[in-house]
Structure formats: structure tokens, C-alpha cells
Design a protein around this ligand. Structure first.
Ligand code: C5P
Length: 225
């Protein structure tokens, strides 16, 4: 079967991960959550003693050295999303408040992005029928993707969805504003994931249910491929 790469970008709280996973299941494609790469790298740096809460004291070189040797294994099966470091499952550990709060300190360094983008491009080469989801997939990781979509929603709806997601996973929803709005503002320093690049279709999910969003995304993919 021929190559089929679907790129989906967007800010946090759009339901992007769930939508991308459902689309991959529906089209029987692999699935790569690139946010999980950044989160795993953050956890790996934290476990190796770097204090990312004080970003000015951490040299980029310390981070890139650690990432170069990071023993990361990511399952690309949309029915079984799991991430492991050194053989140890970290699927849940990368979703904690602490990792979420520290991830931007790492993802806003160009040298770190370069390493992780390379890793993601290798994953796509190894599984060229894949849905890839993140912030810079349509523009940097796979600008030549067969279908490219930017999934957006209003700030209010994104915070509400995030709150719901945190409650469902028994996490504290009080930091949702900093989790969504502040993190997006920080993440925007190097990557524009609020406006669609040329050739990228924007889908606004503000007034759409999850099911309807998946339907609209699938229709847009059909239109583009
Ligand atoms: O999508 P998720 O919220 O899991 O992403 C976690 C973090 O990883 C983002 O806040 C951002 O800092 C970083 N990220 C990125 N580029 C991507 C995907 C995620 O910088 N393509």
C-alpha cells in the first residue's frame, strides 16, 4: 500500500489527540502523538536531575545530550497508545501537572525541536501510513503530508474540554487556565499553531461534538487525498 500521511495540528484542548486517534482507527493507519515525544523528553530530563522550573539555569546542551541518549519506545498503534522509557511504561507519568508545566521550557529550544523533529520524521519513514498530531506537523515535520488540517476551538471551549479531561483522569482542574492558555502562549514562541499555513484546512470544532469533529475531519481528508 502506498504512503498516506495525515498531519493534524492545533492548540491544546481542542480534542486533537482523541480526534487523531479515532481517525487513525477508522482509516486503519498508525498514530503518532508528537506531544508525547516532548513530554517523554521532559520527564527524562527531570529524572536525570535537570530543574526545568528554572530554565535559565539549564543549558540547552545538557538537554540535547540527554535526548540523544533517551531510551524512548513509542507504540504507534492507535488502539494501544503507550510510551516507555528504558522499558518502563510512562504513558500516565507524562500526563502529570509537573510534566505539563515543564514541557514548554524544553520545546521552546530550537536545538531540542530539531532532534525531536528528526525522531518524528524517522517514525513516519518507518510507518508511512500514519496520522501524526502536534503543533508543527503541517509546517515542519511533514509539510508534504497527503492531508493537512489545523483543528481549532474557542479558548472557552478548549479550557472546558481540558477541565473535563483532567476530571476524567482524576487530576486537579484548578490549573486549567495556565495549563491551556499560558502554555499555548509559551509554545507559540517558535511555532504558529493558531493560523493555518498555506494549503492547510482549518476546522473549527467550537460547536461540534467529538463525533461530529471526527466526521468533518474524515470528510476533509477525503477531499484532500
Ligand atoms: O499535545 P500536548 O499537550 O501533549 O503537547 C505537550 C507539549 O509538547 C506542548 O505544550 C508543546 O510544548 C510541545 N509540543 C511541541 N510540538 C509538537 C507537539 C507538542 O512543541 N509538535
Amino acid at each position: 500500500q502506498s504512503r498516506l500521511v495525515i498531519a493534524i495540528d492545533g492548540p491544546s484542548g481542542t480534542g486533537k489527540s482523541t480526534v487523531a486517534r479515532w481517525v487513525a482507527q477508522d482509516l486503519k493507519l498508525s498514530y503518532l502523538d508528537t506531544g508525547a515525544n516532548y513530554r517523554a523528553a521532559t520527564l527524562w530530563c527531570m529524572r536525570n536531575g535537570l530543574d526545568l522550573t528554572q530554565p535559565e539555569t539549564v543549558e540547552t546542551q545538557q538537554i540535547t545530550e540527554l535526548i540523544t541518549t533517551m531510551p524512548l519506545a513509542q507504540d504507534l498503534n492507535p488502539n494501544n497508545v503507550s510510551v516507555a522509557l528504558d522499558g518502563q511504561d510512562i504513558t500516565e507519568a507524562i500526563r502529570t501537572d509537573e510534566v505539563t508545566a515543564n514541557v514548554s521550557a524544553l520545546s521552546t529550544r530550537p536545538q531540542v525541536r530539531e532532534l525531536l523533529v528528526k525522531l518524528q520524521q524517522q517514525a513516519i519513514e518507518s510507518r508511512p501510513r500514519i496520522v501524526v498530531e502536534g503543533r508543527d506537523i503541517t509546517t515542519v515535520v511533514a509539510p508534504d503530508a497527503d492531508a493537512r488540517i489545523l483543528l481549532t476551538a474557542s479558548p472557552e471551549v478548549r479550557m472546558a474540554r481540558r477541565r473535563q479531561q483532567l476530571r476524567e483522569t482524576d487530576q486537579d482542574p484548578t490549573n486549567v487556565e495556565s495549563d491551556v492558555m499560558v502554555r499555548d502562549a509559551k509554545d507559540s514562541a517558535l511555532v504558529d499553531f493558531m493560523t493555518p499555513a498555506e494549503g492547510v484546512a482549518e476546522i473549527d470544532s467550537t460547536n461540534l461534538s467529538l463525533e461530529d469533529t471526527v466526521t468533518v475531519v474524515l470528510a476533509e481528508i477525503q477531499r484532500q487525498v
